[in-house]
Write a protein that binds this ligand. Structure first.
Ligand code: SDX
Length: 390
């Protein structure tokens, strides 16, 4: 059966400057958040992150990311009530999570749990602004419940039902540990959740937007975002950074470790950033928490070792713009509160679900499918070779 034939030869594309890893690529306009890499600034809807860390709560910040303004008390109360009303998850999700091997990484389990939520939601494929907004509320509420259940099942314990009287972060901690957090843990972890909620066009946010830009559903988009965040170059670095600290016995060991990484050009987890060439403002807040909380919990050595690593890395790489990022100190704080390292990145997802949903909804208002190109540098104008001639 003969086929149409090409006429003429392939044209060599004009050589273009490729930003490896999409460095410098601008995907879209946004009003949600801004990162100034040179100054080390992070802004949500015009408010700088230090002001929000000082004065806001995770629920209020989530409202700000979604709606573009700080809520009145009535608006915040109604929003919180909406999230509380969505905290419960169907029993089938727990049944599915029970089948996940205990050795599975919690982020892989989280993908499974969120995917199952999508299978059970009759509105999953409606794909209207109204349905995607309602599903965003469900996902913001239920990411915490699914992550909490995973945390409990990993320990061979029964999931804990959400407590409607607790604030969002406190309820997440309660569902993960089985204990209501004390005031210090609730306050510090709520600020950590504010810090992790949004961060420009990072890989996982771009992934969720990419998936949804095909008019696929919110659940599929968020499952993709979780898969991206799991990577050690992205949200998985918090777990990796702590694993290094736990292996080092003192500051001298920390110095030896950094010198070895430098000599062998090994990446140091929790350092460097595609955008920040200054100190990550989130690491400034988390570094202070790390010092205070590890001291209070009798683990001050962890902070001192981390601080030595920071000093050594900045001495060696500060000129190159390599400083601590959000993932360097966060793990010491979570560990000091008794959270197991494998559950660190799920905490990132329980927070970043707000930024993911806000940005997917923003782009959905004027959607166009993402479709970049690649520079073809392979062979050209070859003729098919029959098998007996190869
Ligand atoms: C997050 O994008 C976001 O906003 C992400 C995030 C968010 O909130 O969503 O901020 C959260 O993911 C923080 C990053 C967590 N990842 C890590 O801590 C892993 C370690 N960091 C590196 O792998 C790296 O810094 C990245 C992945 C964060 C950034 O990678 P880039 O921009 O591609 O940088 P690169 O690998 O091209 O490095 C540029 C240079 C290289 O040296 P040269 O070859 O030019 O001599 O800097 C060096 C790198 O070797 N370098 C490091 C380093 N990070 C960069 N050297 C040692 N240790 C490091 N951590």
């Amino acid at each position: 059966m003969s086929q149409p034939k090409y006429v003429g030869k392939m044209e060599w594309p004009v050589a273009v400057q490729i930003g490896k890893g999409l460095e410098g690529a601008i995907t879209s306009e946004t009003e949600i958040g801004y990162v100034d890499g040179e100054k080390g600034w992070l802004v949500y809807r015009g408010y700088n992150i230090f002001e929000l860390a000082e004065n806001s709560t995770f629920e209020e910040t989530t409202y700000l990311l979604l709606y573009g303004k700080l809520p009145t008390q009535k608006e915040l109360d109604e929003f919180k009530q909406k999230l509380v009303s969505y905290r419960e998850i169907p029993g089938e999700v727990i049944d599915t999570l029970r089948k996940v091997p205990k050795t599975t990484h919690p982020m892989a389990a989280l993908e499974t749990g969120i995917g199952m939520l999508g299978c059970l939601d009759p509105d999953a494929d409606k794909c209207t602004m109204e349905s995607e907004t309602e599903i965003s509320f469900k996902l913001i509420a239920q990411m915490a419940t699914v992550a909490g259940a995973i945390g409990r099942l990993r320990q061979g314990k029964e999931p804990v039902d959400p407590d409607p009287t607790l604030e969002h972060t406190a309820n997440y901690l309660y569902m993960t540990t089985g204990k209501k957090p004390d005031e210090l843990m609730e306050k510090v972890m709520d600020v950590a959740m504010i810090l992790h909620a949004d961060h420009g066009m990072n890989n996982s946010t771009f992934t969720t937007m990419c998936i949804h830009s095909t008019l696929s559903d919110m659940y599929s988009a968020i499952v993709g975002g979780i898969g991206s965040l799991k990577g050690p170059l992205h949200g998985g670095a918090n777990e990796q950074a702590l694993a290094v600290l736990l292996k080092l016995k003192d500051e001298e060991d920390a110095t030896r470790y950094v010198k070895d990484c430098i000599a062998n050009k090994k990446k140091i987890m929790g350092f460097g950033h595609r955008v920040y060439k200054a100190y990550d403002p989130r690491a400034k807040v988390l570094g202070k928490f790390s010092q205070d909380v590890t001291e209070k919990k009798g683990m001050g050595h962890l902070y001192r070792i981390a601080k030595r690593i920071e000093d050594e890395v900045i001495a060696a790489y500060g000129e190159k713009g390599i400083f601590p990022n959000v993932d360097f100190y966060s793990g010491t704080v979570y560990y000091a509160f008794g959270i197991e390292p494998a559950m660190f990145t799920p905490i990132f997802a329980v927070s970043r679900i707000s930024g993911w949903c806000a940005r997917v909804l923003e782009y959905f208002r004027d959607n166009r499918i993402f479709r970049p190109r690649a520079m073809y540098v392979g062979p050209r104008d070859l003729t098919y070779v029959p098998m007996d001639k190869r």
